[in-house]
Each structure stands twice: as structure tokens, then as C-alpha cells.
Design a binder for this molecule. Structure first.
Ligand SMILES: NC(=O)c1ccc[n+]([C@@H]2O[C@H](COP(=O)([O-])OP(=O)(O)OC[C@H]3O[C@@H](n4cnc5c(N)ncnc54)[C@H](O)[C@@H]3O)[C@@H](O)[C@H]2O)c1
Ligand SMILES: [Fe+2]
Length: 466
């Protein structure tokens, strides 16, 4: 059986490498259904959950009308302290006032939320009896607002009920939620498009989250004008998040190789593996990152570059929201959770913080070197999109070539030199590995399975990059 499967996989690879090399047919998108080498225990279907996005410079001014159209009478606006003083929140408040919407502001969102910070927002939402929500901010504000909406609509639920197993109970969401309009102000998480809400579970010192299509925002208002206020470091780190969403979802295990096959469609995970539709979003996002990320970081007034990155974040979000991410994200959760004293510049916070995008990208050269043994064509295609000259590269070198391309990008943008530069040493590796093990929801989507020794080696290889 295993031998037969290996043979089919081998044949499929041969087929792929023998494919037409013209621009129309030379892509390496996921195999269409029917070519699956999987046995009966793996999935046979994938589902594309659509995200509602409205994009335009200044589109935030429409939020008051949207809430009016939804019949909202008592709205909760969630944001963080820093943003509450900045133009994006002002634009939302102006629109709500102009259209006569009654609202209350919750501005205590924690940058990189935790279980206590989620609970605080949930209490506010439960007491407020709101009939609609507006989240203004980056992933921290949008994720907090999704959780507040979910638990306010499920008043007896405890936090862990909906949190991903094995940390939580992973209960499916069956209660109807209130409308939520998300106004992203960073160009990174794509949270305006996803059914995911991430927080740091303090007692375990790892990040985990809630993943359900039911918590996806009703509407994302993607307004590039908000990016003009973003500090360079936030543009860089949130851009690395886009980069890794695209790379990981494109190289994830294909949906038809993921198991188990759910007995009921409600149990089919949103993170279901790479699939032909997510691939398109991921590759497109990668092309935008390649073209605009450096410009967006270096020049705050480059509205063209920042606008494209803002949209890239949504593109990648739609891709990974329906495919998933894998090792960079799985390993990033303990990197953020175990932070000691590192405080990222430009984040305006009073607690140690490794920003999400940084925690994800620092392991990317090691991760893609490791995963390229599977689907090397995709790794090579990604390297080429990111600027590598791959005309004479052999497939077996796909991993190192992609890793070098990523290192070059990070060096160019003066990113910290690996995990050692943000306060970790070899002595921390066992704890980092221990924190990665419960992240099965994403680590199982890596194209290659990993042992604890593999994870140790990946952390070790990520201590220094240059
Ligand atoms: N839900 C998802 O699908 C998803 C995906 C990836 C990451 N995440 C989570 O999102 C969080 C990170 O979110 P993020 O990277 O968007 O950053 P963030 O929300 O944590 O914000 C980072 C900093 O930028 C500031 N800021 C945001 N927008 C600004 C603007 N326009 N002008 C000036 N300052 C601004 C904030 O006040 C904050 O200080 C993490 O908790 C991460 O795990 C969620
Ligand atoms: Fe992310």
C-alpha cells in the first residue's frame, strides 16, 4: 500500500516535471481532484469560503452606512490604545456619528492578545449586548473583536470550548454571530478575510487560537489610506506575515493528502491544505510582496507600494484562510509566547514583544530548506518569484535557493540576525520544541512530517541567519 502510494506520488512528480513549460501551463498548482494519490482515509474535497472585501482609498467613510444597512442599533467599536488616537479610528467614528449610529468604544485591545485580554474584551461585549461590531486595527484588534462577538453570542461558553484542540476543546461553532465589519490598518494578517482569532495562552506560554469559518468578518473594508500612518517596522513585520502566509499555504500538504476525511462537512477544517483556488491567491500575493514590500517599508509616502501591500495582505489571507499555514507559523507560536525581554521598536507597547511577522519569518530559511524535499517545484517557483535566477537551478537545490533568497531579503531590510538576536540561545530549544508540539493543526500541514529532533534542528539553524 505504502509502496503503491509512493509510486503514484513519484509518477505524479514525473508528470509535473514533464509538463509543458509555456507560461500558461507551467504553473505547479495543486493537482485537480481525481489525480489524488490518497487512500480512503484522506480527504477528497476542499471548500472555498468566500470573504467579503471592499477596497478603496477612503472607503472607511462608508462604514456608518453599512451598519445602517445592517439595521445595527448598538455597535461596539474595538481597537487598541495607540490606534484610538490615530486617523483610522477617527475616520470610523466620524462615519458612525454622521450616520447616527449609537456605539461604544473598547480601546483596551492588547497588541498581541492573551487569554486575559480576550476575556476582558469578551466581558465588555457580553455586558454591552451589542448587535454589531467594528474592529479597527491590525490582527490584534480584529482577532479580539472576533472572539468578543463569538463569546457574547455564546454566553455560557468558556474560552477553551472553541479553542483549537489539543489545547482547547475545538467545539464547532453552531451559534449565529452578530455582523462584524473589520477595518485592517496593518498590511499583514489578512484577519479581515479569515475565520481565525489568535491569542497567547499565558499558562502554557504559547499562542493558540480559534479557527472556524463562522467567525469570519461579515465585511472587510480595506482602505489603503490607513497604511500611511504605519511605522516602517510594522510595515516590515506585517509584510513578512504576508510573505509567510503565501509561502506556507502554497507549499502546504495538498488537501487530498490530509487526513482524516471528515464524516460531516462541518468538521472539515478551514486549514485544509493547499488547493487549486488558494494557490492562485497565494502566488499572486507573493508577486506583490516581491514587487512592493521593500518600497513600502522604506518610504512612508509611497502610497502605491503601501496600497498594493494592503491588498496583498487580503489576497494572502483568502489563500491561507482556506489552505492553512505550516511550520513557520507553528514554530512562531512559542517564539512569541516565550519572549523574555525583546521589545520591538515602533510598537508602542509596555510589555516584551516579538511581533508576529518577525516570529514567523526568522525560521523561514530553515523551514523551506527542510520542506523543499517535497514539492521542490513549488519552492523553486517561489524563489523565482522572489527574484532568484533559477534558470540553471536543479530541483534538488530548490530549498537552499529559496532560503538564500529569503536571507537576502531579510538582510536588505536589516532584520535581526536570527533567534539569537531576539534573546534566544541553544538552551531554549527544548522549550521552543515543546511549545511547537501542540500546534498540530498547522504543523501537520507541513509537506514533510517532523520529529522532535527535526524541530530542534530547525530552531538551531534559525539561531543565526547571516
Ligand atoms: N486572524 C488571523 O488570520 C491572523 C493571521 C496572522 C496573525 N494574526 C495575529 O495578529 C496579531 C498581529 O497583528 P498585526 O501584525 O496586524 O499587528 P497589531 O494589530 O499587533 O499592531 C501592531 C502595532 O501597530 C500599530 N498600528 C496598527 N495599525 C496602525 C496604523 N495604521 N498606524 C499606526 N500604527 C498602527 C498598533 O497600534 C500596534 O502597536 C498577532 O496576534 C497574530 O498572531 C492573526
Ligand atoms: Fe500570520
Amino acid at each position: 500500500m505504502a509502496a503503491a502510494r509512493a509510486r503514484v506520488t513519484h509518477l505524479l512528480r514525473l508528470l509535473q516535471s514533464a509538463a509543458c513549460q509555456c507560461p500558461t501551463h507551467s504553473h505547479t498548482y495543486s493537482q485537480a481532484p481525481g489525480l489524488s494519490p490518497s487512500g480512503k482515509t484522506t480527504d477528497y474535497a476542499f471548500e472555498m469560503a468566500v470573504s467579503n472585501i471592499r477596497y478603496g482609498a477612503g472607503v472607511t467613510k462608508e462604514v456608518g452606512m453599512d451598519l445602517q444597512n445592517m439595521g445595527a442599533k448598538n455597535v461596539c467599536l474595538m481597537t487598541d490604545k495607540n490606534l484610538s488616537q490615530l486617523p483610522p479610528v477617527r475616520a470610523v467614528v466620524d462615519s458612525l456619528v454622521k450616520h447616527g449610529i449609537t456605539f461604544r468604544v473598547y480601546d483596551a485591545v492588547r497588541v498581541e492578545p492573551t487569554d486575559p485580554s480576550f476575556m476582558d474584551a469578551i466581558e465588555f461585549a457580553r455586558k454591552g449586548a451589542f448587535d454589531a461590531y467594528v474592529a479597527v486595527g491590525g490582527g490584534s484588534a480584529m482577532d479580539t473583536c472576533k472572539a468578543a462577538n463569538l463569546y457574547a453570542c455564546s454566553p455560557r461558553a468558556e474560552l477553551l470550548d472553541y479553542v483549537n484542540a489539543p489545547i482547547g476543546k475545538g467545539r464547532p461553532v453552531t451559534v449565529p454571530l452578530r455582523p462584524l465589519v473589520a477595518v485592517p490598518t496593518t498590511s499583514g494578517t489578512g484577519s479581515e478575510t479569515t475565520g481565525v482569532a489568535i491569542f497567547d495562552y499565558e499558562s502554557l506560554k504559547v499562542k493558540t487560537g480559534i479557527a472556524s469559518r463562522a467567525i469570519k468578518p461579515t465585511l472587510g473594508l480595506v482602505d489603503p489610506l490607513h497604511t500611511l500612518h504605519l511605522p516602517g517596522q510594522v510595515v516590515a513585520n506585517s509584510g513578512f506575515d504576508v510573505l509567510c502566509h503565501a509561502l506556507e499555504s502554497y507549499t502546504a500538504l495538498p488537501y487530498h493528502m490530509r487526513s482524516p476525511c471528515p464524516a460531516n462537512p462541518i468538521a472539515r477544517p478551514a486549514y485544509q491544505g493547499s488547493n487549486p483556488i488558494s494557490d492562485i491567491w497565494a502566488v499572486h500575493a507573493l508577486r506583490i510582496v516581491a514587487k512592493y514590500l521593500k518600497r513600502a517599508v522604506r518610504n512612508p509616502d509611497d502610497l502605491e507600494a503601501r496600497s498594493h501591500m494592503h491588498l496583498a495582505s487580503a489576497f494572502a489571507g483568502i489563500g491561507f484562510g482556506n489552505a492553512g499555514v505550516h511550520l513557520c507559523h507553528g514554530m512562531s507560536y512559542p517564539i512569541s509566547g516565550l519572549v523574555k525581554t525583546y521589545k520591538a521598536k515602533d510598537y508602542n507597547v509596555d510589555h516584551p514583544l516579538v511581533p508576529h511577522g518577525l516570529s514567523v519569518v526568522l525560521t523561514s530559511p530553515a523551514v523551506f530548506t527542510f520542506t523543499a524535499q517535497m514539492f521542490p517545484e513549488r519552492h523553486l517557483e517561489a524563489a523565482e518569484i522572489l527574484g532568484a535566477d533559477t534558470r540553471t537551478t536543479k530541483l534538488r537545490d530548490a530549498g537552499p535557493v529559496l532560503a538564500d533568497t529569503l536571507r537576502g531579503l531579510l538582510l536588505d531590510l536589516k532584520v535581526d540576525d536570527g533567534l539569537a538576536a531576539i534573546g534566544y540561545s541553544r538552551a531554549d530549544i527544548p522549550a521552543l520544541v515543546k511549545g511547537t508540539l501542540p500546534q498540530e493543526r498547522v504543523t501537520k500541514l507541513a509537506p514533510r512530517p517532523q520529529s522532535e529532533e527535526d524541530l530542534s534542528a530547525l530552531f538551531e539553524a534559525s539561531m543565526k541567519l547571516y
